[in-house]
Design a protein around this ligand. Sequence first.
Ligand SMILES: C[S@@+](CC[C@H](N)C(=O)[O-])C[C@H]1O[C@@H](n2cnc3c(N)ncnc32)[C@H](O)[C@@H]1O
Length: 349
Amino acid sequence: MPLYLDPDVLHSFRDLNQGPGAILDLIGAMAFRTAGTAQRLGLFEVLGAGPQSAAGVAAKLGLPGEPLTVLLDALVGFGYLRKSGDLYTAGPPVSPWLDRAAGGGFAPALAVWHDLLGELWQGLEDAVRTGRPPEPFYPWLERSPDRVRDFQTMLAGLAWMLAPAVVEAAPKIGGSLLDIGGGHAIYSIAFCRAAPDLTATVIDLPGALTQGRAHVEEAGLAERIHLVPGDLADPIDGSHDAVLLFNVVHGLDPEAGADLVARTARALKPGGVLLVLEPFADPPDGAGAHDVALLGGFSLNLAATQGGRLYTYDEVAGWASAAGLNGIERLPLSAPGTDELLVARREAQ
Ligand SMILES: C[S@@+](CC[C@H](N)C(=O)[O-])C[C@H]1O[C@@H](n2cnc3c(N)ncnc32)[C@H](O)[C@@H]1O
């Protein structure tokens, strides 16, 4: 939350007999939903172009003056905007992070999480009571092309950052690569750039592949990377030198995760490798309190909306071992964040 709170504030909450932790979370939740609403209205792009009065913002967005002014003032209170006289200015949390016209590195994530928390998390209690998500995430996502675009853009941003470290940490791969749930195709692009003899097949849902196609064409790799619409539950065709399961098993329940790993193992040539990229439920040494909190919330999101969760390294390694793979290793990445690689090998004959 951009708002800076003096430690004395915590004492004042306590003196009012209000739980300081929960009230800070309440402010944070209101701030996040307000920022998400402002983004949907296009307010950050208007203020990114320069300071504006409330009337100026209202005219640009074609909105009534009220309650827009209340929203603007709330954003000032939350630290997203600044106000000087009558003029509102985008504060550091907005410019450049949330202004799409200025690159907006966090803009797709804000859009996805705003919708996710506002809609699918309504079902959190039901999911916990019944043991399954009331509305599954991916069909919900694929129903809206804008949402799929933001989701894949969010993942692609992370993938562009992690891909060099992933390729560096992974064993050398040549021949045929299968990227299951590879969507935006960035990891296939990175492996193909590193190995001129490599061809890749990316399997994903149709909406997700729209962005994959654009990236592959931009990279000039349309001859070597094939995008195939398909479902994770489909039989896996062919025989491959490497298969990527990157951020896929956490969307599945343990039985489906183990089954996917087993089917993947059968799709490997002798000597082939399975690469799993995940933030594991047991994060690497050095993970901070914010990492642990974010991973816990992310895992709960997976459980409530996909029927999955974050798995420990040992759980995924156990699935690979049960699938007959060996030489299983946990490889840290020389990149920020909590993602790690699990490598498992099919014995060469
Ligand atoms: C969390 S994303 C990971 C994307 C990419 N591998 C990465 O690491 O950035 C999971 C991917 O699995 C795909 N996916 C989810 N359910 C699927 C299904 N039933 N069939 C095919 N793909 C699916 C999603 O569309 C999405 O691209």
